[in-house]
Design a protein around this ligand. Structure first.
Ligand SMILES: [Zn+2]
Length: 459
């Protein structure tokens, strides 16, 4: 999920706190009457089983995490194609994408002195590694970029730790993405960042960094909140702490990967398309169940349930499992490039990449007229309390296409502990409630179906 979107979503949540009891709903709109039966059937189908949760559990248990370029992701893609065909989806195929192939290798951080102690880290995605013997240096802790700049010459030769408490993702993640190059420009030899997430159980959060062109590339890792606090206490006592960081991280040549595509062809206007999906790649820790296996499955569920219930909408509904969102977003760019000619025929794009916890509704970006339509459609989700329509919609994988063709875009919005497990070994299926996930599938299915079925195109 891109930073700008997360920031926008945080603002949205601040404006629209989760409802204590119920969401105030709009009065029912008459034009929706022909769709109420289908919406009820889709919702009933979703809530009557834990199929979505079981499929997501199978993916995580079988393939594990799915970093771009990994054999796990390749195997999961092959499986998904076969399963979509078994579900009866149409035009099931893959679309090629060259992806960066970063590998973590072994990594460790220890207090080298006064007394050797291991600490818990995760190297940042796309980081360079250290020499085989590691990098040993004195620790310097800063709490802001201003403090880093003020430290000036004292940064040279140090391992810099950004100790910035998690407020929200957008505010805090910049120390992970740009901190390494800012410290390197002042002569730091490595960077640590306090894990970007609320305090967990000594769990580090990985994620990408972005090296600047005008600074040396230095290795960087995320350190747990607990270990960060420990180092801070030591420094506060006047202890000079020496650290040793060892990382084997490196890039291999770009690898072949694929977006997975399946459809239900439109009954009357097959050339008009509603594209929905999530990203099938994940970080190389945990099982990528929340980020973003769940988003892939609930999108896929929309088509599977329509097919099962013989609900073939007027327009084509397409599910895409994008590749390489986490450390390159090349899947989303490839979709834009490979579908350039038909992008204007995309009626809307919907992404689910915020987890499949208790659904609140959808973020929407588009015309005011279209927003009114989406608000009406969302009333069909009042029964599962997922009828909110929030100001901003989009997603890292759909944004390239949405921006290229100025398309209406939606994102499934949920309420849950997303950032507690985000990019950690704790991103596993057990954090996801089957009923909440079924409600997410219902929300995706109803919204998608009505946009694809209503006589007038969403504009
Ligand atoms: Zn994601």
């Amino acid at each position: 999920m891109p930073i700008a979107r997360l920031l926008a979503f945080a603002l949205v949540l601040a404006q629209f706190p989760p409802p204590a009891v119920d969401v105030p709903t709009r009065p029912a709109s008459g034009w929706l009457d022909p769709y109420r039966d289908a919406a009820s059937r889709l919702t009933g189908e979703a809530l009557s089983s834990d199929f979505a949760w079981q499929r997501l559990a199978l993916i995580g248990d079988t393939f594990g995490n799915r970093l771009s370029g990994s054999p796990n992701l390749d195997a999961a893609i092959t499986w998904a194609v076969a399963e979509m065909k078994k579900d009866g989806l149409e035009n099931v195929h893959t679309e090629p994408v060259k992806v960066p192939h970063w590998v973590r290798g072994r990594e460790s951080l220890e207090i080298a002195g006064p007394i050797p102690q291991p600490l818990v880290i995760l190297g940042l995605g796309n980081s360079v590694g250290t020499p085989a013997a590691g990098v040993a240096a004195e620790l310097l802790i800063v709490h802001s970029f201003e403090e880093l700049d003020t430290a000036g010459a004292r940064v040279k030769g140090k391992i810099v730790l950004f100790n910035v408490p998690f407020t929200n993702y957008g505010d805090t993640v910049r120390f992970r993405t740009t901190g390494p190059s800012r410290a390197a420009a002042l002569g730091a030899v490595a960077t640590l960042v306090r894990a970007v997430g609320p305090a967990g159980l000594r769990t580090p959060h990985t994620g990408t960094l972005t090296y600047a062109d005008d600074a040396p590339k230095i290795p960087a890792a995320a350190l747990t909140t607990e270990d960060t606090a420990r180092l801070q206490r030591m420094v506060d006592r006047g202890t000079t702490v020496r650290l040793k960081l060892t990382m084997e991280a490196r890039f291999l040549p770009d690898a072949d990967s694929f977006n997975v595509v399946g459809e239900l062809r439109g009954r009357e206007r097959p050339g008009e398309i509603v594209t929905i999906g999530g990203h099938f790649d994940s970080w190389d820790v945990g099982t990528g169940s929340t980020d973003d296996g769940g988003g892939c499955v609930v999108s896929w569920e929309a088509l599977r349930m329509m097919k099962k219930l013989n609900l073939r909408p007027r327009r084509t509904v397409r599910v895409v499992l994008w590749t390489n969102e986490e450390n390159g977003t090349r899947g989303g760019s490839a979709y834009r490039d490979q579908h350039l000619a038909e992008l204007p025929n995309h009626v809307a794009m919907i992404e689910s990449d915020s987890g499949v916890f208790r659904p609140l509704g959808f973020g929407f970006t588009g015309s005011e007229q279209a927003r009114e339509r989406i608000r009406d459609i969302a009333t069909l989700l009042a029964g599962i309390h997922a009828d909110a329509v929030l100001p901003a919609g989009g997603g890292a994988d759909i944004d390239p296409s949405v921006q290229q063709a100025n398309l209406p875009s939606l994102s499934l919005e949920v309420d849950g502990n997303y950032f507690l497990i985000h990019h950690t070994p704790a991103d596993t299926i057990d954090k996801i409630d089957p009923l909440e996930m079924s409600r997410c599938a219902a929300a995706m299915a109803v919204m998608t179906y009505v946009i694809a079925e209503m006589p007038e195109r969403l504009r």
